[in-house]
Design a protein around this ligand. Structure first.
Ligand code: F6R
Length: 242
């Protein structure tokens, strides 16, 4: 992977947003792969600003989110459907029906997960996938031990990830136990991966992803299998790179 070390999250956001803008200019129906969590927020902010400045028509841009919690009530503010609406669809002015988030309804989850992979394929695949990385090394919610060939499916969140995400919920007990996530195999089919990571808390995961052995015990290391992966990190997240 190509590693770019930047001075700030905002600088990283400008870089990632620039790559997305260039794609959208070339192909107005570009398929964006969307991550949630804190990491991509500077990218979405920069992208929203620059779409506004350029008066770019994004009405045909399509999107697929990486993952969703299982079993949150519909409309829960921390469901990734709501987060994507709030942080991406609305500020960027995307067409809501063109932006997909896996369905976390436990009743239909198995068929919904397979259908999600099929929908990505039917859309022609993801052009640019934004990725964060968890302290466990997860990409999407593919926790350590996830097959590098995995497809969209239900997974159990690790206690570490539930604790890390507790900041978004009233109580740590409210963080769902399960999620539905694009598989590592699904993610690797995107044409360009842009992995972002900020802060020393991510330094071990970044070093393992970029320089460690490619292994299911470090899901982020799958980026080494991809012919076009860009890793954008700040000094903190780069601290353990050779
Ligand atoms: C989110 C996702 C996760 C996060 C990761 C980092 O859709 O798939 O892999 O990117 O947990 O989370 P933050 O950015 O909140 O540190």
């Amino acid at each position: 992977a190509e590693v770019v070390i930047v001075g700030s999250e905002d600088e990283a956001g400008e870089l990632a947003a620039g790559a997305m803008l260039e794609l959208i200019r070339r192909r107005p129906d570009t398929v964006l792969g969307l991550a949630t969590g804190s990491t991509p927020l500077s990218t979405y902010r920069a992208l929203a600003r620059r779409i506004g400045e350029d008066g770019l028509d994004v009405s045909r841009v399509r999107g697929f989110a990486l993952d969703e919690y299982v079993g949150l009530p519909a409309g829960h503010p921390e469901s990734y459907r709501q987060v994507i609406t709030r942080e991406v669809v609305e500020p960027l002015g995307l067409t809501p029906s063109l932006v997909h988030v896996p369905n976390g309804d436990p009743e239909t989850i198995r068929t919904a997960a397979e259908a999600y992979d099929d929908a990505i394929t039917a859309a022609g695949g993801v052009d640019l996938q934004i990725l964060g990385i968890g302290r466990t090394g997860h990409i999407g919610f593919n926790e350590p031990g996830s097959s590098l060939a995995s497809r969209t499916r239900v997974k159990t969140l690790t206690e570490q990830t539930r604790a890390d995400n507790a900041r978004f919920f009233d109580s740590p007990d409210d963080v769902p136990m399960h999620c539905v996530t694009q598989g590592i195999g699904t993610i690797l089919q995107a044409r360009h991966l842009v992995l972002l990571a900020f802060g020393e808390g991510k330094a071990d995961a970044v070093a393992a992803a970029v320089e460690g052995p490619v292994s299911a015990s470090q899901p982020g290391s799958a980026v080494q299998l991809h012919p076009h992966a860009t890793v954008i990190v700040d000094e903190g997240a780069a601290a353990k790179l050779e």
